[in-house]
Design a protein around this ligand. Structure first.
Ligand SMILES: Cc1cc2nc3c(=O)[nH]c(=O)nc-3n(C[C@H](O)[C@H](O)[C@H](O)COP(=O)(O)OP(=O)(O)OC[C@H]3O[C@@H](n4cnc5c(N)ncnc54)[C@H](O)[C@@H]3O)c2cc1C
Length: 437
């Protein structure tokens, strides 16, 4: 068979892999159901109307414009088979490669909570963020029209999950409500409530960050409820396991994730979190020529026996590139090499002027502008894999972080855009119907 690497998934991992192979002149077919790469760290900015969806969805054809050996197939994959290194597309056709790289990412995990999959808004894809933005925008417009006749609870939001996604989303929505009230457009802003079963926000951070996040959210007017789980989600509210309820049309699910659906039947028995366990060189035991990278992989953490690396953008990007390098090594008859992760730290942006980061070997903690600078550095680096103009992102982000004048309402009109200066024809096709990732 002629050498051709099949890559399933055009997220941070799949794109990094295909770019590296393309740089080496290797033939690649990258398959993704979307014709664009989506930058998940900024999804909450889209959901809270701070950025238009197009600004974080970069068309794959633009990313690979200079890479003649990379072909992009825009199609859903119904089955991946690691034993034959093949992908079955939703139209029934099959693609086969000399190598297969699975980079299919993750999907929201509703943990079997009744009604959550049907009624909660997940925040995992650009389509999820855009659906949520449109829902909130409709509620806000109705509330502004109705004035004091607005129904109680109409604008209330419950955010499930106290990790970075939940905290960032809560911060952005609380600031939005505050801004709408200050500007006089809303008489009764919605109450944003963040709930988590655990006893701290940002659990993977140190305890200082837990209190910092809680204090910043409280300052923005959000309510945090810890030690309480969600028992059910209904179309008009949420029921907690302590028997209490909140009536709301908006429950946002940031409560966890598991490996992409396609990984469940790809051959190897799925490991923890429905992800595929990989060997230190990112290949899969018993499946020659196959590599699994990014959020869909359990990548062993060499510094902590038995543990896996976290589901983070920098792990995804670095592992995608590393798998490509190992494919090239194997092609050249040299041994593959175990993945070495360069840890960039963990960070979260809680709102304007509020960020927390833990960086360096000893997880040194910083807050405020310094943390924001760390966040910016890491995210600009992630974006540099898909955009050549990261300076446009840096300008946008400093402006966002610095802007105190929260009464500038981005709620529905004219959010401040990233000046990407892409080609006019580089428009992503964002389809809003729900698909199972
Ligand atoms: C809301 C949110 C915020 C985050 N914030 C941060 C952050 O601040 N910093 C950070 O480092 N990390 C963050 N992360 C994590 C980071 O975004 C992920 O670790 C990273 O994007 C994973 O990249 P990936 O390529 O493995 O998967 P993805 O980016 O999810 O890409 C998977 C691709 O596969 C495609 N695909 C999947 N199944 C199929 C199929 N059956 N057929 C066709 N195509 C398919 C999908 O369309 C998608 O394009 C965040 C994640 C989320 C959800």
């Amino acid at each position: 068979m002629a050498e051709r690497v099949l890559v399933l998934g055009g997220g941070l991992a799949g794109v990094a892999c295909a770019l590296e192979l393309g740089d080496k002149g290797v033939d690649v077919t990258l398959v993704d159901r979307n014709d664009y790469h989506q930058f998940q760290p900024l999804l909450y900015q889209v959901a809270s109307s701070q950025l238009p969806a197009e600004d974080i969805a970069r068309p794959h054809r633009a990313i690979f414009r200079e890479h003649a050996t990379v072909e992009v197939v825009n199609a859903g994959v119904s089955r991946a088979d690691l034993s034959t290194r093949s992908l079955t597309l939703e139209d029934g056709s099959t693609l086969q490669g000399s190598h297969l790289v699975l980079a299919a990412g993750a999907r929201p995990n509703f943990f079997g909570v009744p009604g959550a999959a049907e009624h909660a808004f997940p925040l995992y894809s650009v389509a999820d963020a855009e659906r949520l933005r449109l829902h909130l925008q409709r509620l806000l417009e109705d509330a502004i029209d109705q004035g004091s006749a607005m129904q109680p609870g109409q604008l209330d939001v419950v955010v499930v999950g106290g990790g970075p996604t939940g905290v960032e989303t809560t911060g952005a929505l609380a600031e939005l409500m505050l801004a709408l009230r200050k500007s006089g457009r809303l008489t009764r802003p919605g109450q944003i409530t963040l709930v988590d079963r655990g006893d701290a926000l940002l659990a993977q951070f140190s305890s200082k960050a837990h209190s910092y996040a809680a204090a910043r959210l409280a300052k923005a007017g959000a309510v945090v409820r810890l030690g309480v789980g969600v028992a059910a989600v209904k179309p008009d509210g949420v029921v907690f396991d302590d028997g209490t309820q909140i009536s709301t049309p908006t429950v946002i699910w940031g409560g966890g994730e598991s490996g992409a659906t396609v990984a469940q039947s790809a051959g190897p028995a799925p490991g923890r979190g429905g992800r595929i366990d990989v060997l230190p060189d990112l290949s899969v035991a018993g499946y020659p020529g196959c590599y699994v990278v990014g959020d869909v992989a359990n990548i062993p953490d060499p510094t902590s026996p038995g543990a896996s690396l976290p589901q983070l953008g920098s792990v995804a990007q670095q592992s995608g590139k590393w798998a490509a390098e190992n494919i090239v090594r194997a092609r050249n008859g040299t041994p593959t090499s175990p993945f070495v992760y360069k840890d960039k730290g963990i960070m979260a942006m809680i709102g304007r002027n509020a960020a927390v980061a833990e960086v360096g070997k000893h997880r040194h903690q910083v807050e405020g502008p310094l943390a924001f600078a760390a966040w910016l550095g890491v995210h600009a680096m992630l974006l540099s894999g898909v955009h050549s103009k990261t300076d446009a992102f840096i300008t946008w982000a400093w402006d966002y972080f610095d802007r105190d004048h929260a009464a500038t309402i981005e709620a529905s009109a004219n959010p401040h855009r990233v000046a990407w200066a892409d080609h006019g024809e580089d428009v992503p096709h964002i389809v809003l119907e729900r698909v199972s990732p």
